[in-house]
Design a protein around this ligand. Structure first.
Ligand code: NAD
Ligand code: DAU
Length: 335
């Protein structure tokens, strides 16, 4: 098997590359533009016989077509992670989100259509908008799309394009919509790494608004095992929601991080809330569990969080260069 992994130098894409190398015999070509969010270090030391890294733009039609044309085996596939991924950035400047997430996906779709190659498209639970805190129903594969931010609207657009190419052009594709990931190599702009590295660098933990917003946390390793499971056993044209029943309010997460790091659990600042801030995400992962037999490996969020804290404490040289400019940018927004 030969996989083309777009965005394979990012937080989740690089985790998937490691997972594939460990659990299959596949060769991997990574296509990544190496934006500010990429971590080439996350791919360092991998077998050069099995992994090739190509720096380039997923919206570059000639480059993408050339790479997709090299996928000639029956099980070869494109796994499409490349995206602009941070909501707060999409509120400051939506333009790269439109280009990478929508035009990039369109470009890939045209290439897999031309060369008859399978695609697995990586998406997010945010395409479904948000839930009330007391809503008994979680998101399912049948929930209507209702995205709130430029980021989630661009991901929703990409999902619609994939489904249209499946129906109109018989492109072989599967989709997955996953909940909030945490784990090593996540950029310090994101919630959990931001708070851990604030504590490690002597700064203050920053909670948007009252912190009542709920996210459904899953370890990135479990996202990767779910995607590989879909590649191996998923039904063409089907969508799978990926989640691990990890609902926590942001307030709970902040208090847990502070406690695990030996600080007073109330030692944080309330800062300006995110515009249009989604209240709650929650995934019903019944389909992938029952139809494909997938199960998450991390059952204990506290343990996964402790391991993530330890990882950031051990990898200061990786995150410190980005930290100051990220905090300056947040400070300009009162965050
Ligand atoms: P990330 O920002 O850490 O990584 C994105 C990667 O894509 C980076 O390496 C970046 O260089 C690359 N990239 C960006 N623009 C590109 C372009 N034009 N061409 C080629 N490469 C480009 O993001 P992530 O958190 O790892 O998310 C990966 C995917 O998973 C995204 O599609 C995201 O929507 C989806 N997702 C993320 C989460 C989450 O919690 N982080 C949850 C569900 C789904
Ligand atoms: O649900 C999946 C999505 O999860 C992915 O599609 C996105 O790519 C990923 O970034 C993530 O989106 P969120 O907006 O939920 O994640 P973020 O880490 O930015 O924020 C998580 C929650 O924490 C959110 O409610 C906002 C809040 N927050 C965030 C930051 C950066 C804070 O309270 N303080 C902060 O400093």
């Amino acid at each position: 098997m030969h996989l083309l992994v777009t965005g394979g130098a990012g937080f989740i894409g690089s985790n998937f590359v490691h997972h594939v190398l460990e659990h299959t015999d596949a060769r991997v070509t990574v296509l990544d533009a190496m934006t500010y969010a990429a971590s080439p270090a996350a791919l360092a030391g991998l077998s050069q016989e099995r992994v090739r890294v190509v720096q380039g733009d997923v919206a570059d039609a000639d480059l993408v077509s050339g790479l997709v044309a090299q996928l000639t085996g029956p099980d070869d596939a494109v796994v499409h992670y490349a995206a602009e991924s941070h909501n707060d950035n999409s509120l400051r400047d939506p333009s790269p989100f439109i280009r990478t997430n929508i035009i990039g996906t369109y470009t890939l779709l045209e290439a897999v259509r031309q060369h008859g190659v399978r695609l697995h498209h990586i998406s997010t639970d945010e395409v479904y908008g948000d839930l009330e805190l007391d809503d008994p129903d979680k998101f399912t594969e049948h929930t209507a799309y209702r995205p709130s931010s430029p980021y989630s609207a661009s991901k929703a657009s990409a999902d619609h394009l994939v489904r249209a190419w499946v129906r109109s052009f018989d492109v072989r594709a599967t989709l997955s919509n996953c909940s909030n990931n945490y784990g090593p190599w996540q950029h310090v702009e994101k919630f959990i790494p931001r708070q851990i590295t604030n504590v490690l660098s002597g700064g203050r933990v920053k909670l948007y608004g009252a912190g009542a917003n709920v996210r459904d946390w899953i370890h990135a390793d479990d996202h990767s095992s779910a995607v590989l499971c879909i590649l191996e056993r998923g039904e063409q044209g089907q969508t799978y929601l990926i989640g691990a029943d990890g609902e926590r309010s942001n307030l709970e997460v902040v208090r847990l991080i502070l406690s695990l790091m030996g600080h007073d659990a109330d030692d944080f600042d309330h800062v300006t809330d995110r515009a249009g801030h989604d209240l709650r995400y929650a995934i019903d992962a019944t389909r992938i569990r029952e139809e494909l037999g997938w199960r998450p490996g991390f059952r204990d969020f506290e343990e996964g969080l402790q391991r993530t804290i330890d990882w950031y404490a051990d990898h200061r040289a990786w995150w410190e260069p980005a930290k100051q400019s990220v905090e300056q940018s947040y400070a300009r927004q009162g965050q």
